[in-house]
Design a binder for this molecule. Structure first.
Ligand code: IVH
Length: 686
């Protein structure tokens, strides 16, 4: 049967309908029990819509086990009855459907809705937590909505669900239990350390954890309250505030906090904002919930057997998708790292076709027990590189093949150093000299014009250049000995290399391609230490004082610099990167001193500002790369950063600014257009 995303497929016959019902019930059972699913969330939703359409046209043929109209698709039941049924939500999939739903509700009420509340649809498991005289006595899963499973044993592992409330009340808190991004990562570290397979995604992790009783390890979860029984008469936003006052966690403290909106226009805007924040939220959401806020509206609208009429879920496209792992490629990176990459049967995730996904390192493949031909979960959020989460082991057919690991470096055939988690060609950077040099001469590093890929290959093949430092020893005669190199080209190239000699420390450092240090980190390191000599003299402890360098990365940098010593010596001999500026961390500064060291001088129009640049620049700034923008910020005395947080004080938002703008607006951060910003820093424009 064909299932298309967005518009429901047409079920053409009773057999196709029956088949669809069986598939949906099976998928719902897996989804609501262990959180896994042979169908992605989008496909499940599309399937249910196709079933609904068929049943609408053929009401006499509705099968008794059809998932429509049932909580959890009718797939799961528990044995402890709920005091009040735990309902589900109806779904809409577009702004138009949301508007139509709201209009329908207002028609039913016979008046405009008295305010809405818009909040994240948390992607976890619904639970009911019963309190007697303010003490937590029982936790139940939703089950089929009428009866759930007792999971009280998990009480001690759920943050945000207090053992005692601030008042001795008899109430039942309802909400979602999930693994935040950090908790998911920690959970998988703990599990793999215990030889257990990692969770495929946060929802299955939460489901598995809530049910598990006798694990030799503990996994922490988080509860978000969004409803309650036993606190009548409150509007929804009032209820949320009351729940927080009782000591329960709510989404109020998150960037996607529930917001009361007066008009549908405001509702749609908040829906878009929450959707835009999705990639930066510390927990998964699969939609945005819109609720009539007033108690009187909710009461009058009432509920159907499956869902309340006063609330609806505006679903967002799934970030997890299931597809097939076709192959694993092994590529050698600039620094000689031999990295695996998954080749996938193309799959559309949130509008983007994904064909490749990262697999981190060989140990990761082994830990995840992946095989060629497996159905795998792929996760993609925002602009991050999609990653393979886990195989659907229960979907295996027996035709899957083990993944072959390379015996020798797939690029040069030399041996592989397997002593670290990340494998590396024993030739290190030498294996990829051309790539290293191309990176070093790139626009944001040494910016050597006229040294493209073909020239770099020529120079390396001719034995003239083995690393970036050798560029500065090139002579006119050597260049003229190369094919297709005339007088003018040779002079131009030598002139460009001459200009590169004077590049500031941050760019020379960046050109080295030290693992774990891109442009931003190179600027911070350069500002912190002030000279290449000081950087080379730094030990891991001193490096870890730089903002954003943890102890692990600091150690890698020390090792990399030791490996790069011959290159650094040659650069110094050529006078490259030898300029000295005042370090922001005086030599010998006590450990634990300010790590916020990226800012340039103490003065300047951006003194004290923490600046993030997003979107495409226009006007006087149109030609600047993101790195050049960040350099400009720092020249003008500010601190440049790539992500918006509560510490950010200024956002420069160009065209097509997305989630960063939304987050800055949410946090009330000052936002400037590129033109306004250019005026502000006019004296520092190079
Ligand atoms: S309200 C009567 N609010 O989504 C109230 N549900 O697909 C019904 N969910 O069963 C639920 N975030 O597990 C509500 N902010 C939120 C939610 C939320 C996640 C879950 C909940 C519900 C399911 C329906």
């Amino acid at each position: 049967m064909m299932i298309r995303m967005k518009d429901a497929a047409i079920l053409a016959s009773p057999a196709a309908y029956a088949d669809a019902v069986t598939t949906a019930v099976r998928a719902a059972a897996a989804y609501y029990t262990d959180g896994s699913t042979p169908l992605g969330d989008d496909e499940y939703d599309a399937l249910v819509r196709a079933i609904e359409a068929y049943e609408g046209a053929n009401p006499d043929e509705v099968l008794p086990d059809s998932p429509t109209g049932k909580v959890a698709g009718g797939a799961v039941a528990g044995d402890v009855p709920h005091s009040v049924p735990m309902l589900s939500l109806d779904n809409v999939f577009s702004a138009e459907e949301l508007a139509a739903w709201a209009a329908g509700l207002e028609r039913r009420l016979g008046r405009p809705v008295d305010g809405w509340c818009v909040e994240p649809k948390l992607d976890g498991l619904a639970v009911a937590a019963r309190y007697r005289a303010g003490r937590l006595t029982r936790i139940l899963t939703r089950g089929d909505g009428l009866a759930g499973e007792d999971i009280t044993h998990a009480a001690g592992d759920v943050l945000g669900l207090p053992a005692t409330l601030t008042e001795a009340l008899d109430v039942e808190l309802r909400g979602e239990v999930l693994l935040t991004a950090d908790q998911f990562e920690t959970a998988n570290e703990i599990r793999t350390a215990h030889g257990a397979p990692p969770f495929a995604h946060p929802r299955s992790g939460a489901a598995g954890t809530l049910r598990a009783k006798d694990r030799p390890y503990r996994v922490e979860l988080t509860f978000f309250a969004y409803s309650a029984t036993g606190l009548p008469g409150l509007g929804h936003s009032e209820l949320l505030a009351r729940l927080a006052g009782l000591g329960a966690n709510t989404a109020a403290a998150t960037p996607a906090a529930p917001l009361r909106c007066a008009t549908l226009e405001e509702v749609q805007q908040r829906v878009d904002e929450i959707a835009a924040l999705r990639a930066v939220l510390p927990f998964g959401i699969d939609g945005v919930v819109v609720k009539a806020d007033a108690a009187a509206d909710q009461e009058q609208a009432g509920s159907g057997s499956r869902a309340p009429r006063w609330a609806v879920a505006r679903k967002l496209a799934a970030q997890h998708k299931v597809t097939r792992l076709l192959e694993v490629e092994w590529n050698v990176g600039r620094t000689g790292i031999v990295a695996p990459r998954a080749v996938l049967e193309p799959v559309v995730i949130d509008g983007v076709t994904v064909t490749y996904a990262t697999l981190h390192n060989p140990a990761d493949i082994t830990r995840r027990d992946l095989m060629i031909g497996d159905q795998v979960f792929i996760y993609r959020a925002g602009d991050v590189i999609p990653r393979v989460e886990a195989p659907l082991v229960e979907e295996r057919t027996g035709a899957e093949q083990p993944i072959a690991f390379p015996e020798v470096c797939p690029r040069c055939g030399d041996a592989i150093d397997r002593t670290q988690q990340r494998w590396r060609c024993v030739r290190g950077r030498g294996c990829q000299a051309v790539a290293s040099i191309r990176y070093a001469v790139g626009r944001d590093q040494l910016d050597v014009e006229g040294l493209g890929g073909t020239r770099a290959v020529q120079l390396v093949d001719a034995g003239l250049v083995a690393d970036v430092a050798d560029l500065f020893a090139l002579t006119r005669e050597q260049l003229l000995g190369l094919e297709r190199m005339g007088d003018t080209s040779a002079d131009n190239l030598l002139a460009a290399i001459g200009t590169a000699r004077t590049q500031p420390l941050n760019r020379v450092f960046c050109a080295l391609g030290v693992r774990g240090t891109g442009r931003t980190m190179s600027r911070r390191i350069a500002a912190h230490f002030g000279s290449m000599a000081a950087i080379r003299a730094a030990d891991a402890e001193a490096l870890a004082e730089v903002d954003g360098i943890g102890t692990e990365k600091a150690q890698v940098i020390v090792e990399e610099l030791a490996e790069l010593a011959p290159v650094l010596d040659k650069l110094a001999a050529h006078g490259v990167g030898t300029a000295v500026t005042a370090p922001t961390a005086p030599a010998g500064a006590a450990p634990g001193g300010s790590g916020e060291a990226a800012a340039g001088g103490a003065g300047g129009p951006l003194a004290g500002e923490a600046v993030v640049v997003t979107g495409s620049m226009t006007g006087a700034l149109a030609a600047l790369s993101r790195n050049e923008m960040n350099e400009l910020v720092e020249r003008a005395g500010g601190k440049a950063s790539s992500s918006v947080s509560s510490r950010t004080t200024l956002l420069v938002a160009g065209e097509k600014a997305g989630s960063k703008r939304a987050k800055a607006e949410q946090l009330g951060i000052r936002i400037l257009t590129p033109e306004e910003f250019a005026d502000l820093v006019a004296d520092h424009l190079a």
